[in-house]
Design a protein around this ligand. Structure first.
Ligand code: G1P
Ligand code: ZN
Length: 542
């Protein structure tokens, strides 16, 4: 019932920041997905008879690859596969299911916030037994196998029925189709004060959540409307669609513009939020105020003990290097550890496993905690709702008070998408070549204090990750960071992260782009962005 198929390697299966991401037609090449999945299995040991979790964000090609992965898991000797009904599992729900059922690992099919459809993006990511993305030593091993693969194993059986919950046999392996929402919803009930949130909503607190036609729809419907009693219709675009309705399921000010406009209007609800394609990112907007993800991390950490799951306090906070320093000030005040990691959630796994950090976040709308090993969009929404229900203040008042206490880190990211790869690499190389001469250099009123290419020394396993982004720090705590995206699927994406620290509360009401104007100009002067990329302005400003 199982067969061994001869194949030849593809040369482009190197996993990026978050697994292997390519356009659907690339994945549709003969044996492309099979090669990568077999390479995952070939780099693992000791999974015979164990459980594998499989699920995805429902995007185009999800069901096809799920069938392949199940049949290959059977042929490679797994004992059981847990798969979400309809092939659906949000990324944080997959992480939870892996942990809860003590699975060996999981395969998560998603390209996160990238568009979906026949010519858009698809992705395959492997998560290890702690529920988190595989660390670099595993992804490096997977890549090595993709370069030498000669055969893969697959069960020669009919497709599994993904739409009926319960157990089925696939070539001697058990496939259990599970409810994709219930385990996750139960976990949320253990972390947050559902009765307090329910009472707050019943008292007239109005929310809107945009699921962006992506995977969080069923989760948000069940938790926000059914369990917490938010008004019917509070969850928008809640049916996951293979092409996300033709939109980018990316919860930022560009792709969730309608939500933003609504929240800035006179009759805005009290709280607005959105999540991305696979449910791990979040956008938080209060009535009249967008909360940057960096600020959200700091504000959530500062108020976390108001939620039952965090009442005992936080062990520490971790943030990716490009994320603003707002969380650092909270950690300092709380007297807890603060960890600065490279971009990508996988770097938080060790800190969470070792109990060094409880809450983690990235500027790219990712926030999460030790409850799973992925970032978690709905978790962030629920922690905000818990805090709002207890404090009974508006988001804007909570933000203003936070800035008054800690100072405000004005923050923005400028992305230049689909830039010519050679031009982007040239820009980074030229910056790197200048690093030694930058300290002391003046750009208008700005004086460069230090400049480096970020290296991370993992305090848990002592591994070192070099070349993680160029940091230019100015006297007074302002900063510009340059790095190239590791998740793009065509050309290169240059990300420029700009941050200004403003301790004076009298200056906390300035438009962000205005507050950052001189730093934005300095970034162009230092890197020659316009000249090298030919772009006069960023593709996306968040
Ligand atoms: C981007 C974000 C990063 C996030 C990753 C996966 O990676 O910047 O914070 O972890 O997506 O969601 P990048 O494209 O910058 O490599
Ligand atoms: Zn995502």
């Amino acid at each position: 019932m199982t067969k061994t198929v001869t194949t030849t390697p593809y040369t482009d299966q190197k996993p990026g920041t978050s697994g292997l991401r390519k356009k659907v037609p690339v994945f549709q090449q003969q044996n492309y997905a099979e090669n990568f999945i077999q390479s995952i299995f070939d780099s693992l040991e000791g999974f015979a008879g164990k459980t594998l979790v499989i699920g995805g964000d429902g995007r185009f090609y999800n069901r096809e690859v799920i069938q392949i992965a199940i049949k290959m898991a059977a042929a490679n000797g797994f004992g059981r596969v847990l798969v979400g009904r309809g092939g659906i599992l949000s990324t944080p729900a997959a992480s939870h299911v892996i942990r809860k059922y003590e699975a060996f690992g999981g395969i998560v099919l998603s390209a996160s916030h990238n568009p979906g459809g026949p010519t858009e993006d698809f992705g395959i990511k492997y998560n290890i037994g702690n529920g988190g993305p595989a660390p670099e030593k595993v992804t490096d091993a997977i890549y090595a196998h993709t370069k030498t693969i000669t055969t893969y194993k697959i069960a020669d059986v009919a497709d599994v029925n993904l739409d009926a919950e319960g157990e089925q046999d696939v070539a001697g392996m058990t496939v259990q189709v599970i409810n994709p929402v219930s385990d996750y919803a139960e976990l949320m009930e253990t972390l947050f004060d559902f009765p307090a949130i329910r009472a707050h909503l019943a008292g007239g607190f109005r929310i809107v959540f945009d699921a962006m036609s992506a995977v969080t729809g069923p989760y948000a419907k069940e938790i926000l409307e059914n369990r917490l009693g938010a008004a019917k219709g509070s969850v928008l675009n809640f049916v996951p669609l293979p092409d996300f309705g033709g939109h980018h399921p990316d919860p930022n000010l560009v792709h969730a513009r309608a939500l933003y406009e609504e929240m800035m209007g006179d009759d805005a609800p009290d709280f607005g939020a959105a999540s991305d394609g696979d449910g791990d990112r979040n956008l938080i907007i209060g009535k009249g105020i967008f909360v940057t993800p960096s600020d959200s991390l700091a504000m959530l950490a500062a108020n976390a003990t108001l939620a039952p799951g965090y009442a005992k306090g936080l062990a520490g906070i971790a943030r990716s290097m490009p994320t603003s320093g707002a969380a650092d000030r909270v950690a300092e005040k709380l007297g807890i550890g603060i960890y600065e990691t490279p971009t990508g959630w996988k770097f938080f796994g060790n800190l969470l496993d070792a109990g060094l950090a409880t809450i983690c976040g990235e500027e790219s709308a990712g926030t999460g905690s030790s409850h799973v090993r992925e970032k978690d969009g709905l978790w962030a929404v629920l922690l905000w709702l818990n805090i709002l229900a207890v404090r009974k203040e508006s988001v804007i008042d909570i933000a203003r008070e936070h800035w008054t206490t800690y100072g405000r880190n004005y923050y923005s990211r400028h992305d230049y998408e689909e830039v010519d790869s050679a031009a982007a690499n040239g820009l980074m190389d030229a910056l790197r070549a200048q690093l030694g001469t930058l300290p002391g250099r003046k750009l208008g009123d700005l004086v460069i204090e230090t400049a480096d290419d970020f290296s991370y020394h993992d305090p848990v396993d002592q591994s070192v990750s070099n070349n993680q982004g160029i940091r230019i720090l100015f006297v007074g705590g302002s900063r510009v960071v340059f790095r190239l995206s590791g998740t793009g699927t065509s050309g290169a994406t240059l990300r420029v992260y700009i941050e200004r620290f403003e301790p004076d509360a009298a200056k906390h009401d300035v438009d962000t782009q205005v507050a950052l104007a001189d730093l934005i100009e300095a970034a162009d002067t230092l890197a020659g962005i316009k000249e090298r990329t030919g772009r006069t302005e960023p593709t996306v400003i968040t």
